[in-house]
Design a protein. Structure first.
Length: 314
């Protein structure tokens, strides 16, 4: 992140109650696009094995179980899921798609120190975090079948990949800092034009036969305030590369930031680390301009209330 972006975001938030342009827009024209995203470090290409290569036998059975849990998490690991999402809603093509935080790009990067919890995390612990935050649920014990199956699926998918190397297509590709501060109203226009068709005019997703066919972007069945997707840079990166579904890259960088801000300026389930005090929780876990938690945007104090009921006003 450049030094300019926090200032832009701070400005945007201060002015969030107003509509339209921010004075910071004026600074936009002179901002050269940062070209620092690429480093001299090699990013080897990697292609995961085809699903048809999953072997027979107990090991292959565990790989297949992991895949089923990843695709249909609510159905196959209901004790640990507290919302309407499946892992594959954010890691597309069953965790295989490049630029969609594919499992083959993640597996070989652990154990890894994470600022989020201040210690070295095993891959299993990383998976537990997904359940607590992205799935708004509970962490399965490390030796639980659910974790072992997901680890096995990831290990299988990463076979042959170099250990500890950031592979091309791993994670979500960072979107360059926006020329103009992300803006709620512009984001809303993008949402209505390019997202509402699938995710619903109210953003709460769409169901068929009691199951989500299009996942909710906010509200009680969405990821909670502790999830990576609630951070503007991560949401912008995911959206730019992957949304609208099947048309990744369609949005401009600015549109991706704007719609990420619009999405992440809606209520969602409370951060499970909430300590009873919004400002203190923000300071402890959300002390970054990428998080709107505990901020007031468009008159809404975010993180302060329980999420809206499905069908209610977002
Ligand atoms: C709401 C969207 C969302 C859902 C649902 C979700 N994830 Fe993630 N996941 C993310 C984001 C965003 C990141 C990147 C977070 C970061 O950079 O801190 C991530 C990161 C990861 C990583 C690490 C990737 C890397 O390259 O280091 C793994 C592994 C992972 N998720 C697995 C899972 C599993 C397993 C599930 C289901 C139990 C799951 N995720 C559900 C959004 C999601
Ligand atoms: C054509 C339908 C479609 C459109 C249009 C679309 N999405 Fe999605 N979106 C999906 C589906 C389906 C998934 C789940 C991934 C999958 O099933 O492959 C998803 C997943 C997501 C997720 C992660 C899961 C969650 O609910 O948090 C986010 C965030 C998201 N979309 C945001 C957007 C945004 C922002 C736009 C508009 C720029 C958009 N989508 C447009 C269909 C769509």
């Amino acid at each position: 992140m450049s030094l300019r972006l926090p200032a832009l975001l701070a400005g945007a938030l201060a002015l969030a109650a107003c509509t339209g342009r921010t004075p910071l827009d004026a600074a936009a024209a002179q901002a050269p696009a940062p070209a620092k995203a690429t480093s001299a470090k090699a990013t080897p290409a990697f292609a995961p094995p085809p699903e048809s290569a999953i072997p027979d036998g107990p090991y292959g059975d565990m790989v297949r179980q992991g895949r089923e849990i990843f695709l249909h998490t609510r159905r196959n690991a209901p004790a640990y899921v507290g919302n309407g999402l499946d892992c594959a809603d954010c890691h597309l093509d069953a965790g295989r798609l490049a630029d969609s935080a594919p499992l083959w790009g993640a597996y070989g990067m652990y154990p890894q120190y994470r600022k989020k919890n201040g210690h070295v995390n095993s891959y299993g612990e990383r998976l537990q975090g997904c359940f607590m935050y992205s799935m708004n649920g509970k962490a399965p014990p490390l030796d639980d079948k659910v974790i072992v199956a997901l680890e096995t699926y990831s290990y299988w998918m990463a076979q042959g990949a170099p250990l500890g190397a950031k592979l091309a297509g791993a994670g979500y590709p960072r979107v360059p800092d926006p020329a103009r501060a992300p803006d709620y109203a512009r984001g809303q226009a993008v949402f209505e034009r390019d997202c509402a068709l699938c995710h619903g005019a109210d953003g709460l997703g769409q169901k068929a036969g009691g199951r989500y066919v299009f996942p909710p972007l906010w509200g009680p069945d969405s990821f909670n305030w502790g999830a990576g997707m609630h951070e503007l840079d991560k949401a912008a990166a995911f959206i730019k590369a992957n949304m609208p579904l099947g048309r990744g890259g369609l949005l401009s960088d600015q549109e991706a930031w704007d719609v990420a801000m619009f999405m992440d300026a809606h209520e969602r389930p409370q951060d499970p680390r909430y300590n009873g005090d919004l400002a203190a929780t923000r300071k402890a876990y959300h002390d970054t301009p990428m998080s709107l938690y505990g901020r007031r945007v468009n008159g809404r104090l975010l993180g302060a209330q329980p999420a809206v009921e499905p069908g209610g006003e977002p």
